[in-house]
Design a binder for this molecule. Structure first.
Ligand code: AHR
Length: 351
């Protein structure tokens, strides 16, 4: 608890003394003390652009409940960084105990982080990253987005080899939000792999991590190129939009390039995304885990107890395919398993 909250408790104790002296019951005082013991956390969320994002929000809301000892102030930035900057200022003026930011873009954070730091409020960065000096925040936990992209591209390369496909790879990258870590990492992995493997990149455009934009962009790409045979979608919702655009153009998504089917690669492994993987619409789905609630709550508790946190933590993530041909991928000398997706695995998924 910070100074302001402590002062509130002292006032409360003073009130108890006065009330007790007047013969009042202590029940009122106990209720007040309980409220003051909640840890106040301001959370600036990106928006509600995808299924992944909604699972992330639910996970944080569940973990930071009153019953768990938290007072969560949630702010939805609607994909606009200016809203996040304002939310952080509001959290500071409310003198919250902790601030959690899921940054829409990596850049543009120096001033806000400095203001939080000057106010003595610890900041935890979650999911995506910021490019500010890391002395300006307490800790960061998130995905290694470039590794996710490398695993997806390694899968594609291995799949083409296993199916003995010797033709041209005419590939499209439907990117996420420009400037977001998830886009920067996954697009970099794509660019490197395309160059290394001689894939023919027909288009690389943002679908803003939404189904509607993914569909709109893919429709326009299909009008310009009739030879697309692989689409690298930077999240599941974009993949749903891309699938709809392909089918509306009279083409077929699937797992067989030689039969003229278009391969889709995706990220997130949401329940809806994996359903499309199980039925062969999305060839491979690389996990990006949104369940940060408990991890963040435990980080805050550690700080409350006077402990320290790792500065940067990457979470472990898997990869799922409905096709048994590729059982593992090798990235930078490390072998990562590819899980053959089954209905049982899908049924047990928590998001
Ligand atoms: O930052 C994580 C990414 O953001 C997820 O891949 C995407 O679905 C979300 O909107």
């Amino acid at each position: 608890m910070k100074t302001k909250a402590l002062a509130a408790v002292l006032w409360e104790l003073l009130a108890i003394g006065i009330l007790t002296a007047c013969g009042s019951s202590t029940e009122y005082a106990e209720v007040g003390a309980e409220e003051d013991s909640l840890i106040t956390v301001g959370f600036s969320q990106v928006g509600a652009e995808s299924d992944w994002r909604n699972s992330c929000t639910n996970s944080v809301m569940e973990a930071f409940s009153d019953d768990n000892g938290f007072n969560l102030i949630f702010s939805d930035a609607q994909q606009k960084q200016e809203n996040q900057i304002k939310a952080v200022r509001d959290f500071i003026s409310q003198d919250v105990d902790y601030i959690i930011i899921d940054p829409i873009t990596e850049s543009g954070w120096d001033q806000s982080l400095k203001e939080a730091s000057d106010a003595g409020i610890p900041v935890i960065i979650v999911d995506r990253r910021v490019d500010s000096d890391d002395s300006l925040y307490t800790a960061a936990i998130g995905s290694d987005f470039e590794l996710e992209g490398k695993k997806a591209c390694a899968y594609l390369k291995a799949y083409l080899e296993k199916t003995s496909y010797k033709g041209e790879v005419n590939i499209v990258d439907i990117q996420g939000t420009i400037g977001a870590s998830a886009t920067i990492g996954r697009s970099k992995a794509f660019d490197d792999a395309a160059k290394e493997n001689g894939w023919n990149v027909l288009a690389q455009e943002t679908g803003e991590f939404t189904q509607a934009k993914g569909q709109e962009v893919m429709e326009s790409i299909l009008k310009r190129h009739d030879n697309v045979n692989v689409v690298y979608c930077e999240n599941d919702n974009e993949a749903f939009g891309v699938r709809d655009a392909i089918e509306a153009a009279g083409k077929k998504v699937g797992t067989n390039l030689k039969r003229g089917e278009i391969l889709l690669l995706s990220f997130d492994t949401t329940r809806a995304g994996l359903t499309e993987t199980l039925n062969g619409t999305i060839l491979v789905n690389t996990e990006c885990n949104p369940l940060y609630g408990e991890r963040l709550a435990s980080m805050v508790r550690t700080l409350e107890e006077g402990g320290t946190l790792e500065k940067h933590t990457y979470i472990e993530e898997n990869q799922y395919s409905a096709n048994e041909l590729v059982k593992s991928v090798v990235v930078d000398g490390t072998t990562y398993p590819v899980t053959l997706l089954t209905q049982e695995i899908l049924d047990e998924r928590p998001y």
